[in-house]
Structure formats: C-alpha cells, structure tokens
Design a protein around this ligand. Structure first.
Ligand SMILES: Cc1cc2nc3c(=O)[nH]c(=O)nc-3n(C[C@H](O)[C@H](O)[C@H](O)COP(=O)(O)OP(=O)(O)OC[C@H]3O[C@@H](n4cnc5c(N)ncnc54)[C@H](O)[C@@H]3O)c2cc1C
Length: 605
C-alpha cells in the first residue's frame, strides 16, 4: 500500500470544496457583478476559513456531549449545556448569521453559494447546534421577502445579529404532510393585529434561553377563510413582545407544553407549543390573508437546499471518519497469498472496504456538488446578468429542489450506514462518531416535506410546471454535457456521455407517458410509484453532475494534484458503472406501470 496523506479535517475536504466552488462552478466570477464587487476569491476564502475554525473549535467539540445530554425541561426553563450558547455566540459574533445579507443590514453580502460553503462546516461539525442559525436565517429571509417595512425594522436587525432566534411553526399533530388540515385559529383584533389559538407539534428551537427572544412564524387560519391550503395565513408571534425601540415587553401567550425526545439532532430542542392558553397569543399577519403557504413556499427552495446540504455534510464527515479508520485499522491479509507470518494490512487494502469507501465518496461528493450548484442557482436567480438568465435559474431551481432535498437525504444517509459498516463492530458502538451521524441524518428524509411528498411534487407538479419549461432547461443543460463528453478524447468519458443521454431518455419516456391525456391509468400508477421516479431522476441528475466534474478533472490529470483528479475520475466511473444502471430497473417499474404497491390491500398485510 502506498503511504496516504494525513487527513486535514474530518469535517470536509477543503480541496474538494475548492474544486467545486472554483474549478467546477467558477464562483469567483461572481465578483464581476455589482453586488459582489467588494469581494475577491481571497475574501470568499477568508470567510470559509473563519467558518472552518469556529466549526472545528466550537461546534465539533460538543457534538457528542450534546447528543448524550439533550435539552431538558424542569417545568419552568429549558436547560441546554452551556457549550451550545458559547458556540452560537461565536457564530453570531463572527457575523455569520448575516453572511449573505446586505452590508447595510450588517451582513457580509457574500454570494449565497459561498455562505453555504461556510455553513457546510457547521452541518458537518454539529448539525443540531447548527440548526438554530439555520432556522433563524430562514425566518429572517422570510420576513425580508414578505414582511412590511415596520416588521422588517422591528425584527430583521435582531435576527441577523443573533439577538433573536427564529422558528417555523407549520406542523400540528393532525396536520404534518397535509397542511391544509391545520386548525390553529387567528382571531382579528380591532387594532389590526391577531390573537392565535392552537397547538403546534414538532417545533424545532421552540423554547430556550440561547437568545433574548424567539420569533415564531406561524401558519394559522383566519375564521371564515376558504377551506384547505387557500385559507392558510402566515403570522409573526414573538415569545416576548417587542417595543418600538427594540426593547422587550411582556411575555406573549405562548407556552411550552413539552419536549419531544428524538433519535438524533438531540441538541436542537424540539417542542410542542401552545398558542393562546389564556387570552390568545398576539400575532401580526405577514403578507396578505390566505397567502401564507405561498409565502412559505417562496422560501422553500432555499430551506430544502439547506436540508439537502445538511444530509450531504453528515454523509461527508462520516465518509472522512470511515476513510481515516480504514487507513489505520489493521485486519487480515491480502486475499491473494494469505501468510499469517506477515503483519495484518489496513482494511483499506481490502477491495470490499474500498467499494464501501468509493460508494460513500460518490454519494457525498456528488451531493456536495449538486447542493452547491443549486446554491449558485439562488445567486443566479437574484443577480443573474439578464432577466432571461434570472428566470431560467428560478425554473431550474424549482425543478431541482425536490432532488436537492431528497437525493442526499436518501443516499448520504446510505453513506452513513456504509461508514458504520467500514468500522465493523466499533461503528455500532457509541465510542465512535459514525453511529451518531447516521441517527442525526435519519431525520432528513422526514422533515421539510417527507421524501414521499417530494416525489409527488416532482412528478405531479414540477416537471410539468410552466408548460414544461423548467424540464426543457434541464434537458438543454444536461444535453450540453452529454455533447461535451461525447467529443472528449477519453473513450471512458465518451461512454459516460452515451450512458447519460440514454438514462435521461428514460426520464423523458416516463414524463411523456405521464403527460399524455389518453394515458390516465399510466399517470395514476406512475404517481403511485412517484418515489421510484424521484430515484430515477435523482440518479440521472447526480450522474450529470459527476460527468461535469469528470470533464474538469480529465483536463487536469497529470498535473501536480494528480491523485485528487484521478480520484474524481474513479468515483465518476463508480457512479456510472455501479449506480446509474439502477435507473434501468426503476424505468422498467415505471414504464411497465407496475401495480404491486398500488394493488396491495390493507387486509393482506
Ligand atoms: C425532529 C423533527 C423536527 C421538526 N421540526 C419542525 C419544525 O421546526 N417546524 C415544523 O413545522 N415542523 C417540524 N417538523 C415536522 C415535520 O415537518 C413533519 O414530521 C413532516 O412534515 C411529516 O409530517 P408527519 O410527521 O405528521 O407525518 P405524516 O404526514 O403523517 O406522514 C407519515 C408518512 O406518510 C406519508 N404520507 C403522508 N401523506 C402522504 C400522501 N399524500 N401521499 C403519500 N404519502 C404520504 C409520508 O411521506 C410519511 O412517510 C419536525 C419533525 C421532526 C421529526
């Protein structure tokens, strides 16, 4: 075995991150745009350095401790180990809460993609502590997009400085995937405000003392509004009322009914919140009445990319832990020529361990590149050079969002399972970190819209949206990569180009049939099998991303960083030879209108 370089960090590979940002996505070119003119690649790197340092020194250091000492409620206060507040103070103190916001708001005005590159370190280091700023940033973005000027002035500076934290209160016990069934009621008051009555379930970061105030964004129904999702409105309800000068007033009528005890993400306190046990929780409408879900959905793309990247980073850190372990764990001897008098070899020498490491590399590096590409689309959507470019970015992002959320939460979770397998029995013990990564990551297919709901959204809505324009844009960009690969010198890349073209043809086959007005039965069964469609499309999109990476790497093999680029080409080869062929089965199930799941009867279980 050749000697391997020591791993720099077990959070993520900086070399890989820089490859994705600068060699694949050319993020440094954003500095030519007016919004980012004060930035250079050096300022991007400096922000990432700060994030990496705080993540290593303040977040990773209490990841295990918070997992083993989850928040408790003594009937009066929620208690959380002090390391969480110290880490969050360091995060806010470095200005990271406002990384992508305007200079005027105290932000760093970084591109969203660079802010995500910073945040990736926190997700890898300690996803449950990172959830507090993740939720607060989403909350602030929503207020910025939809709040009145008065609401923005009252809340935004405090959210962006970290003085206030935020939550998203959508779910109720009887209304999870089906938000149309929420019951929380918003009674209008003579002064234009509202009083909320109802109970919200599963609310992350719903009660704590980590910040001075908690700003809840709550979905509720105004009496007399239409049934279903068309009657849902969005409200701001702070834990403490906020005076005009920013000081805090009386405590609002929002109480903690109890904590939920979870499999993972244990440091993120998860609550059942009661609104209006006394005379109603004071709340203020955001946007127009009955447009609450539309406001929420406006922010969904970014929130879902965030969840997808969280899943990627848990997979990524698990992979680096497994790689380090495999290089240092001696066990057994080479299959060919076993000689018990010879020392044992590190398990990385065994082909089956390399298989597991290669699969993890393919999933997590593919997931990172996909997530960062989607983050760049957020920047394109906001600052693209023309209205056409901005519109195209929005459409591409819309169609890719269910994949950016669901694919990593399925396959990077699988990476976490493989990381445990690489550790053997030690991986199953709590002495090592990989079992926690798996438990933490198991949330990601569930929250922010379950993967089942993402699948229905992709096939039932996104692929046909805007007369199929989003899909056509994806087809245009993917076909461009296929053409480039076919024109490459390397026979392997040419072959991958052929394979990707054929695999995308399978996706288009299903969509054509699905949209054909004469094939109603096909459409019904395809929707029943939407999960398979999501897997099919997800694997094709990630194969596309891998081929784009391979095309860059192929140009650079033989240069100083030869091993790095060879690794990229090998992982791409793995994805095309071991993963992409899975799409043939998924396509067969869909195109044969397989009725197995749909026809299964309740009584037969
Ligand atoms: C740790 C944690 C943190 C959370 N944080 C928050 C938060 O901060 N704020 C918040 O508002 N919510 C939060 N949630 C709630 C989360 O978003 C919901 O759990 C999720 O939306 C699913 O709802 P549910 O649990 O009621 O499951 P259900 O909706 O009952 O779903 C159960 C299963 O049925 C499937 N299913 C449901 N409907 C359909 C359908 N129409 N077609 C096909 N399959 C279907 C689902 O895919 C799933 O597999 C959190 C949840 C957890 C576990």
């Amino acid at each position: 075995m050749t000697t391997m370089p020591p791993l720099q960090s077990k959070l993520l590979s900086r070399r890989d991150l820089e490859f994705v940002l600068y060699e694949l996505l050319r993020v440094d070119e954003l500095t030519k745009r007016a919004r980012y003119a004060d930035h250079t690649r050096e300022t991007f790197d400096a922000a990432i350095d700060v994030a990496a340092k705080i993540a290593e020194e303040q977040f990773a250091t209490h990841n295990k401790k918070i997992d083993q000492n989850e928040p408790t409620f003594d009937g009066k206060r929620v208690r959380i180990i002090p390391e969480v507040k110290a880490a969050l103070d360091a995060y806010c103190g470095a200005g990271l809460m406002a990384a992508a916001h305007d200079f005027e708001l105290g932000g760093m005005q970084l591109p969203y993609v660079v802010a995500q590159a910073c945040f990736a370190h926190f997700n890898a280091a300690n996803i449950s502590t990172a959830a507090y700023p993740l939720l607060t940033a989403a909350n602030a973005n929503l207020i910025q997009a939809w709040g009145s000027e008065e609401q923005k002035a009252m809340y935004l500076p405090h959210l962006l400085s970290g003085r206030f934290f935020g939550t998203m209160c959508l779910t109720e016990t009887q209304a999870g995937s089906s938000l149309s069934d929420i019951k929380t009621r918003a009674e209008p008051q003579p002064d234009g405000s509202y009083r909320l009555f109802g109970s919200k379930m599963w609310i992350s970061a719903g009660e704590h003392d980590l910040a001075e105030n908690i700003v809840h964004l709550v979905l509720a129904k105004i009496p007399g509004s239409p049934p279903g999702v068309k009657g849902i409105s969005l409200f701001i309800a702070p834990k403490f009322l906020v005076n005009a000068d920013g000081s805090l007033g009386a405590r609002n009528d929002i109480s903690l009914a109890g904590l939920n005890h979870k499999m993972g993400y244990r440091g993120t306190v998860n609550t059942v919140l009661n609104f209006g046990e006394k005379d109603g929780a004071s709340a203020w409408l955001i946007g127009e009445p009955n447009r609450g879900l539309a406001c929420m959905f406006h922010m969904m793309n970014e929130a879902r990319i965030g969840v997808g990247l969280g899943a990627v980073m848990l997979g990524y850190t698990g992979y680096l832990h497994a790689l380090d372990y495999a290089r240092n764990r001696p066990q057994g001897r080479p299959a060919a020529g076993k000689d018990a008098t010879q020392p044992q070899v590190p398990i990385v020498a065994h082909a089956d361990v390399r298989r597991m490491l290669l699969a993890q590399k393919a999933y997590v590096e593919g997931g990172l590149a996909l997530g960062m590409y989607c983050a760049l689309l957020v920047d394109e959507q906001k600052t693209g050079v023309s209205p056409k470019v901005r519109k195209e970015a929005r459409l591409l992002l819309d169609v890719l969002t269910p994949i950016a959320k669901a694919w990593p939460s399925q396959w990077c979770l699988e990476a976490n399972s493989l990381a445990i397998q690489v550790h053997g029995g030690y991986g199953y013990s709590r002495e090592y970190n990989v079992e926690q990564f798996y438990r933490d990551n198991r949330l990601n297919p569930i929250h922010e819209g379950t993967n089942g709901i993402q699948a229905i959204d992709l096939l039932g809505r996104k692929v046909g949206m805007d007369d199929g324009e989003a899909l056509q844009l994806l087809a245009r960009d993917l076909t461009r990569t296929v053409r480039e690969a076919k024109a490459a010198e390397s026979p392997e890349l040419k072959g991958y180009g052929e394979q990707l073209g054929a695999a995308f043809g399978r996706v288009m086959d299903v969509i054509r049939e699905f949209q054909c007005p004469n094939h109603r039965d096909y459409a019904r069964t395809a929707l029943a099998n939407a999960h398979v469609f999501l897997e099919l499309t997800g694997h094709v999109v990630v194969a596309w991303i891998w081929l784009r990476m391979a095309l860059v790497a192929a140009q650079k093999v033989g240069t100083t960083d030869n091993d790095f680029y060879r690794g990229k080409l090998q992982a791409c080869g793995y994805f095309f030879r071991w993963e992409l062929p899975k799409t043939e089965l998924w396509h067969r199930l869909l195109n044969g209108s397989d009725p197995t799941c749909e026809d299964m009867q309740d009584e037969w279980f």
